[in-house]
Write a protein that binds this ligand. Structure first.
Ligand SMILES: [Zn+2]
Ligand SMILES: [Zn+2]
Length: 238
């Protein structure tokens, strides 16, 4: 099993990450990826430099022999699924991730957290929900996965959540539940490294182990084929 692209990576612009875009690209090349996406945090994350999003035009879509995609990891701000980026800027992103983050939203009940994710799926720009695998934000997986399938949103298997010492709680147990539910509903997933330092770009070892453990069908993993990227790209991009 070999993922061809990693769309969940952070640079220095996120404020709490350690590497440059160039270092991330070099690592993607080194790991033999076909493509990489850069997805710094949108403005509600403390310390982030959201002004970079207006300047993505300077980033070439092909660099060092890699396909390069310019995206964003937006923050969900309420239980309706409101995110911290407005339409004119969303239109310019190659792809949009949405996530629940503790500095931006306090966890509610499983019903409320799930409602937040269902709400954000109705945003036509959001095509990836990152790390729905954290016991600090309990979720109803049956409701989440069936809605993701209906709205054609990819749920992420986040490698960082599976690494010992992750700040997310019960990441592995929750990711396993997520995979089993996606298998039941035949809903696609996307692998994301969520790298905050260059050497984690394209790191999916822990995700591969879990995929094997639950015998998750490879045809439902978007990263295993170049075409899989079309499921999450922003087709409204001008
Ligand atoms: Zn995140
Ligand atoms: Zn992230």
């Amino acid at each position: 099993m070999k993922a061809l692209f990693d769309l969940h990576t952070h640079t220095l612009a996120s404020g709490h990450a350690f590497s440059t875009l160039k270092e991330n690209l070099e690592e993607a090349k080194q790991k033999g990826l076909w493509g990489i996406g850069t997805s710094d945090h949108a403005e509600k994350m403390p310390g982030t430099n959201a002004s970079l999003f207006i300047n993505y035009k300077v980033v070439r879509n092909s660099c060092m022999g890699l396909r390069v995609f310019c995206g964003v990891e937006t923050n969900i701000c309420d239980f309706h699924g409101t995110i911290d980026m407005e339409e004119p800027l969303l239109q310019k992103m190659d792809y949009v991730i949405a996530s629940l983050h503790s500095p931006c939203i306090q966890s509610g009940t499983a019903e409320q957290n799930t409602a937040a994710l269902l709400g954000v799926m109705k945003n036509p720009y959001v095509k990836i929900i990152a790390h729905p695998d954290d016991s600090r934000y309990p979720l109803d997986y049956d409701v989440l996965v069936s809605a993701a399938k209906k709205h054609r949103v990819a749920l992420e298997l986040n490698n960082s959540s599976l690494v010992p010492g992750s700040t997310r709680v019960n990441g592995k147990e929750n990711a396993k539940k997520l995979l089993q539910t996606c298998k039941k509903f035949q809903a696609p997933i996307i692998l994301g490294s969520d790298a905050h330092i260059w050497y984690d770009v394209g790191r999916f070892d822990e995700a591969y182990d879990l995929i094997k453990e639950v015998s998750f069908p490879e045809e439902l993993i978007l990263n295993l084929h170049e075409d899989g990227i079309h499921a999450v790209l922003n087709h409204r991009k001008k």
